[in-house]
Design a protein around this ligand. Structure first.
Ligand code: ATP
Length: 402
């Protein structure tokens, strides 16, 4: 058993001072880019009730979406949810069963891929192996029969944009993964498309390079100002790169919002569980008014208290979602009567920047809490088999009724 830490009055160890907490209602989350819908950006691409059936299987189910000028938008979802089918319909490689795609107000369905002002960068990059970097970038421009001088100028500009001027005579096999990706991006941007489609843009890169390339790609896209729709199943990628994200499941958009909005205000249990880690409690509502809601969780004896109203009749079931980084862990019993539970440290995952504590409650269920490893040699931290108390702020709980 570890000694009880002598930290300031046995404060929770997360380093999050509860006194500094503020309530942020949906739409006013700090650190979130202004929504493109609310800024003065012009709508460019409008998808209306777009639908795709394959032999009676619905791959994309009547989805609607507006993309704004210069926006980076990510379609995020697990394998088979319909992301690529939607992207392929926009590129013109797949014919929609019904619905419409408007680009700058003009209908795109029926227009062949090569005539659409849309370009797609494939996960495999699909560079021509026998062509040099320069020839790869120039390929689409030559196909469009642009004047020779314009092609040279455009290729030069693209090589500069992706920092590949020194590699223009190399063939793809003579490049690293990151360099190949930059060439593919340059080739996709060379024709100055109105919309750039990215299919798993980091899919072919290893983890380290992927992290490095994300912001580089965003910088390049932003410097050109092109509107971008990307498909990914990597939530970190979507959250780092996109202005807005659509979480997709079974061919439908479950939630659309900024990265922070989707993480902090998921609109249903599926989104809460899909993005990041979360503790989920099955509950029912005891009472609710404008400033306080009291909730009974089936897993532990204390009530859960929220500092806002829940639009649900008393007694009705609901789910409480609680992110692990919002859970305090302490050896000391909280003084409050609500928003805490107790258990024994079952496991600790040390990940370097954070440690994840898995705490087993008396009924056997596991609740996780993360601690940032701010100090290199902090003493008194809970360890395996310690009896600990987990607590949280009323604003940290997300009440979900779907
Ligand atoms: P992944 O991340 O694995 O690429 P995804 O979200 O991009 O998945 P899609 O490729 O859009 O998924 O496929 C959506 C669903 O449609 C899948 O169940 C897939 O099997 C089905 N599907 C896709 N193309 C066809 C086709 N040509 N014929 C029949 N079914 C198809």
């Amino acid at each position: 058993m570890a000694t009880i830490p002598e930290t300031k009055e046995n404060r929770p160890l997360n380093g999050n001072d509860p006194a500094r907490k503020t309530v942020h209602l949906p739409g006013e989350l700090p650190g979130q880019k202004p929504s493109p819908e609310k800024s003065n950006r012009r709508p460019i691409l409008e998808i209306k009730e777009l639908h795709k059936e394959f032999d009676n299987f619905t791959a994309v189910n009547r989805v609607s979406l507006t993309l704004y000028e210069g926006e980076i938008f990510a379609l995020l979802g697990s394998s088979g949810c319909g992301k690529s089918t939607l992207l392929r319909m926009l590129a013109g490689f797949e014919k929609p069963t019904s619905g419409s795609i408007l680009l700058d107000g003009k209908e795109l369905t029926g227009i062949p891929p090569y005539k659409r002002p849309v370009n797609m960068m494939f996960q495999s990059y699909a560079l021509f192996p026998y062509m040099t970097v320069e020839q790869n970038i120039a390929f689409g421009l030559k196909q469009s029969k642009l004047p020779h001088k314009l092609i040279s100028e455009r290729v030069e500009k693209m090589l500069k944009l992706v920092h590949m001027e020194d590699y223009c005579d190399r063939k793809p096999y003579q490049l690293s993964g990151g360099q190949r990706q930059r060439v593919a991006l340059a080739r996709s941007l060379a024709k100055e498309p109105r919309v750039l489609l990215l299919d798993e843009p980091m899919g072919a890169l290893d983890k380290k390079l992927r992290e490095q390339m994300r912001l580089e790609l965003v910088d390049i896209i932003n410097s050109v100002g092109v509107t971008c729709l990307m498909v990914t199943h990597d939530q970190e990628e979507a959250m780092t790169m996109a202005d807005r994200i659509a979480v997709m499941d079974k061919g439908e958009f479950i939630q659309i919002g900024g990265p922070r909005e989707i993480y902090e205000n998921p609109n249903c249990r599926f989104c809460a569980e899909f993005i990041g880690s979360v503790n989920i409690f099955d509950c029912h509502l005891l009472s609710s008014n404008a400033t306080q809601s009291l909730i009974r969780a089936t897993d532990f004896p204390n009530l859960i208290e929220l500092s806002h109203d829940i639009d649900l009749a008393d007694g009705m079931p609901l789910t409480i979602a609680l992110r692990p980084e919002k859970v305090y862990i302490s050896h000391k019993k909280p003084e409050e009567s609500t928003n805490w539970c107790e258990g024994v440290v079952d496991n600790i995952a040390y990940l370097g920047d954070i440690s994840i504590y898995y705490v087993r409650l008396t009924d056997g269920r596991i609740v996780s809490a993360t601690l940032p490893n701010v100090d290199r040699f902090k003493e008194g931290l809970p360890t395996w088999d310690d009896h600990v108390y987990l607590s949280w702020d009323p604003e940290s709980c997300i009440a979900l009724t779907f």
